[in-house]
Design a protein around this ligand. Sequence first.
Ligand code: BGC
Length: 767
Amino acid sequence: MNFTPPGLHPYIKTRTMKNATLIPILGLSLIFFLNQSLMAQQSATESKIDSLLSIMTLEEKIGQMNLYNGFWDITGPAPQQGDAKLKYEHLRKGLVGAMLNIKGVEDVRKLQELVVKESRLGIPLLFGFDVIHGQKTLAPIPLAEAASWDLQAIERSAHVAATEASALGINWAYAPMVDISRDARWGRVMEGAGEDPYLGSRIAAARVKGFQGDDLSAPNTIAATAKHFAAYGFAEAGKDYNTVDIGTSTLYNIVLPPFKAAVDSGVRTVMNSFNVLNGIPATGNAFLQRDILKDGWGFDGFVVSDWASCAEMVAHGYAANLKDAAVLAANAGSDMDMEASAYITYLKGAVEEGLADIKVIDDAVRRILRVKFELGLFDDPYRYCSPQREKELLYHPDHQAAVLDVAKRSIVLLKNEGGLLPLKKEQKKIAVIGALADDKNSPLGSWRLGSDDNTAVSVLEGLKKYTEQATYAKGADLITAPATFINEVRINETDKSGFEQAVQLAKASEVVIMVLGEHGFQSGEGRSRTQLGLPGVQQELLEAVYAANPNIVLVLMNGRPLAITWAAGHIPAILEAWQLGSQSGNAIAEALFGAYNPSGKLPMTFPRSVGQVPIYYNHYSTGRPTPQPIVFWTHYSDESNAPLFPFGYGLSYTTFKYSGLQVDASDNKNIRVKVSVKNTGPVAGEEVVQLYIRDKVASVARPVKELKGFQKINLQPNESRDVEFTLTAAELGFYDNNGRFIVEPGEFDIWAGTNSQEGLQGAFTLK
Ligand code: BGC
């Protein structure tokens, strides 16, 4: 189908480059040809945009910069009453560029038709949605997926999400969230890839690729969004939306790299953030949005504000009123206004008064139209509205298989004393304790508005495939708060009436599986916490059961690192199972019974206590790093400096031995590193081989360790493999305090190993 909105037809036709496909192929290399045809396509798109811009009124242009929430679901503070009427009126007049939180082919088509048929130019809408870890079929929460360190599995998972979202009419995902965070108190750590910029960048690229594929106009690919630009993950005290005040080195070297990786991978949109950064709200921040993102990195997609973040600049004390906010945000490079109605209400007047330049508006609209062209919406605005795809693709068995695969890979074995795991099939009398074991909702995690409640395989259901011997006792209950539009569920804080039954069951059993942690709705947006232990009465339950039978496997479900220090000291086996999505119970059962050998590694440091937070492996050295007999060195009086579990940590049912680290620095541009890894245990297993460096002396001090490479390998018992890495300027350099990427000669330490704290050490000198 070749759709051209009525008002555009003649203009677009005359200005399209006609001979784009006639370039002679003979004698040209394929790459040259592809580049040429890509450039021709791009310039054809730009001509179409020129045509369109030339016939748009100022009001219609500003309309493209206006993003409204739909009429049913909301993901931010409740909109004003009576909104719907105005929104429909604006849709009809072509004063809306995109909608969010509309899903389903029928609803999407209805709105698209309204705009295409009734508005003067018929410019199709974008339909955005928080496709955070799947649409219907849910993959593990993103933090869990990051623990897989498996880029292919992560890319596949994002592709599954794109396929199902696009089958529901959605063409724009508000993901990936690429915010680095070092603070487990912040509830949104569940949405990101953890604390490390290198791992975060690789994962950002994989997720963008998974959503967007190679051809954005294909029906199963959608535009991705790198969010939240920038530094939202550095909210003071881990309190959501809080102030961010960080130095330039952290900004350039820690916060920005995953955004840059997303941009380099072609991400089509970037969402700014709620926070102020060093006094300037991100939404009104020209340094971030113009100097760095657009001018510096050449980003040619568009920037969308976060939910009403434009209006929030008033509360920040940065804008005097909503009109002022509209001007500040647009001038600073925030191209589309989500749900603040600031642009649509005030921007026209602001341009007429000379407060905002028409060039700013044209640039924003050009960017938005570009994405719409690339998605193929001008060829067919109903491209993502196929009832057949909607019927066939949601919860597709292939998607279930893909999310089960990544769910298994996301599990981290934290402790396995005395080889308690894997459980044997012939194991008699297994007690299963904890409300989360029998729950089909919590494992779906936070941020799954598009999916259906209670659709996860629970742990109890998963276990049934492996044993008939499991008996269940809840121990402690879940509490659901009175209905709100977004669920609030927590673990009971007072009621211990279920303890006795759990204790008796444990006494009568050989082994106890305790499924404890946070409910899926205890992390996510607006869910910061000051305590990082097991919530509610669970710690007491754990200790009571331990007193009756210490043969416990603790299965943790959580959306953030927890300070489970007592458990780590007492419980013999601990499996970190996060919130693993639709296939949770199956993945956990496979890991518990050894049908899958755990291979995940922590993407975030687990603290021993909240007081250590923020705690992260790639910190700087203080001037007093070494333990002293007197107090004057960097430490706490009441807690160790060490984490409970370090970044990169995770065990396996087998063991791996590292040997023969070799570093070849003869070619200054390609430092070659080789290490041999052998499976020295009884079963096949996967290991994430990690490479860290330390730049020992630099013009801006560098962290004590930085991840600069990793490879996930699979080894049979007794098999060994040489794993090779090449370090180039990209890995050896850093950003100075002016944001310039520099590589400085000098000495480097290097480690190859199984986590950020253990590894073989070498050294080299960069000339
Ligand atoms: C969140 C964004 C999200 C948006 C739309 C905001 O509250 O911060 O991440 O994409 O809502 O749902």
